[in-house]
Design a binder for this molecule. Sequence first.
Ligand code: FES
Ligand code: FES
Length: 162
Amino acid sequence: MSTISITVNGQQKSGTAQGNTLLVDFLRSELKMTGTHVGCDTSQCGACVVHVNGESVKSCTVFASACDGAEVTTIEGMANDDGTLGIVQQAFHEEHGLQCGFCTPGMVMSIADILRNNPQPTEAEIREGLKGNICRCTGYHNIVKAAQSAAATMAGARQAAE
Ligand code: FES
Ligand code: FES
């Protein structure tokens, strides 16, 4: 066992982990942050996506020990400071981008990453960017619409700030 310290959603957190403890298990079991989901044991579903030092990562593929000292953003960090839904979350709500919601944390984190790297993606680019995320419910159509809606909202916010 060793002590792992990470900054999660801007807050310093510490906990103990074994050498083979996965980041997703550290978040869920040690830090009690259960917004990040585990949907498979084959690294395919993407329900566990978080951002580590600004990069989108499947947290079931990374050891917690490798993240010691890292900055991690989880779905809990995607809301606005006042607790209202963040832009991507709000877009999911408005476009009916979820049904059971199991895939949604990973979808939101992946779309945030897509839009950070490509603020105005085409539909094809959104679908390509979501290849690592599986949804069993929606047929993806409304998830893509949510990504497009979030991109439009972010573009509007950028224009308003200019
Ligand atoms: S739980 Fe990580 S990819 Fe499925
Ligand atoms: S909304 Fe159910 S798995 Fe995507």
